[in-house]
Design a protein around this ligand. Structure first.
Ligand code: 13P
Length: 348
């Protein structure tokens, strides 16, 4: 082919770097309300300084860049300075970690659809994206939320959320940012894994239909889906091997090969579960072949352990950094399908 159809070289290489071998993405973009819940769990007051100190702790962890390609930030963090006046975004840039930014304004009740939501934040997004790029962001994230229950997710909820994701993704690419497209089917509920498979397949199918309608360059994006899992309250939880088989089948049915990478959210899975499932997915992909990188973009799955080690105490910073580095190392192995339980003992 003489001429590529698109000429988004910078975006393509950023997307590839985000899902580079042996690395994944840290989602540290909790809104002020969400970080309040995490801090509540460790008895830390939700102040701007505590949020800064906590994120500075993560971004000053020596060596995490070997396992983390990029970090998703919240608006406040992209503008915040470390205690010594260095912009936090500079800490990432100096470590060779790509800064990203959450740009959606959260899930709101969807009119006419009880217990379903639509993610808002498109108003003024073009201008915000331009500013975020100037501040150093090279990719963005938008999370749509779908709920499993009686007659849910509805075709209506899937449709409006996919449409918004596609409008967001097109605006990102226009502004020179790689969109992370995140349609999350929540694991809340007592449904079996089959219900999650159906809901995820329908959601991803509509998402890629809308992305095509909006002219989104699939090589210049990263998909951030849920794994196909049993509901969190299901009596019988599927094994990592079943999760791997149904997740990969679902993705092979719906995600075009042009997409460079798929970075899963952890979605409330425990640390062990989110490690073993990612490892099983990659082991199966090595066996049967998959056209995309399969990695992590974890929030809780990377941060629960360092938060528990930190608890807001200066004296615990080094320990928390060691624990964070260890989680990143373990997940980087799982992301290659080479996780071994002995890796859990290797903390340095
Ligand atoms: P979890 O890994 O905690 O699900 O968070 C990932 C994320 O970015 C959700 O939008």
């Amino acid at each position: 082919m003489e001429q590529p159809i698109n000429d988004n070289h910078d975006l393509w290489s950023t997307a590839e770097a985000m899902v580079a071998e042996g690395k994944g993405i840290l989602a540290a973009d909790e809104s002020t309300g969400t970080i309040a819940k995490r801090f509540d769990g460790i008895d830390v007051e939700n102040t701007e300084t505590n949020r800064r100190d906590y994120r500075e702790l993560l971004f000053r962890t020596a060596g995490y860049e070997r396992f983390v390609s990029g970090v998703i930030l919240f608006d406040e963090t992209l503008r915040q300075e470390a205690a010594d006046g260095t912009p936090l975004v500079r800490l990432l840039q100096d470590a060779g970690v790509i800064p990203g930014i959450k740009v959606d304004a959260g899930a709101q009740p969807l009119a006419g659809a009880p217990d379903e939501t639509v993610t808002e934040g498109l108003d003024g997004l073009r201008e915000r994206l331009t500013e975020y790029r100037e501040l150093g962001a090279r990719f963005a994230k938008w999370r749509a939320v779908l709920h499993i229950g009686a007659d849910r997710p509805s075709a209506y909820a899937i449709d409006v959320n996919a449409h918004a994701l596609a409008r967001y993704a097109a605006l990102c690419q226009e502004a020179g940012l790689v969109p992370i497209v995140e349609p999350e089917v929540l694991m809340d509920g007592d449904h079996d894994i089959g219900a999650c498979f159906e809901a995820t397949e329908a959601t991803l199918r509509e998402t890629f239909y809308q992305l095509a309608n909006h002219g989104v360059d699939l090589e210049a994006m990263v998909l951030k889906p849920n794994m196909v899992l049993s509901g969190s309250d299901a009596s019988d939880r599927a094994s990592p091997e079943e999760v791997a088989e149904l997740t990969l089948t679902c993705l092979l049915h719906t995600v075009p090969a042009a997409v460079p990478g798929i970075a899963f959210l952890s979605g409330g899975q425990g640390d062990e579960e989110s490690t073993l499932n990612l490892d099983a997915i990659n082991r199966l992909a090595l066996e049967v072949g998959a056209p995309w990188e399969l990695t992590f973009s974890y929030g809780r799955g990377l941060q629960a352990a360092p938060q528990a080690a930190w608890r807001g105490e200066r004296a615990n910073v080094e320990r928390a950094q060691a624990v964070f580095l260890q989680r990143a190392r373990v997940l980087a192995a799982a992301r290659m399908g080479t996780y071994e339980p002995s890796l859990e003992d290797d903390a340095d």
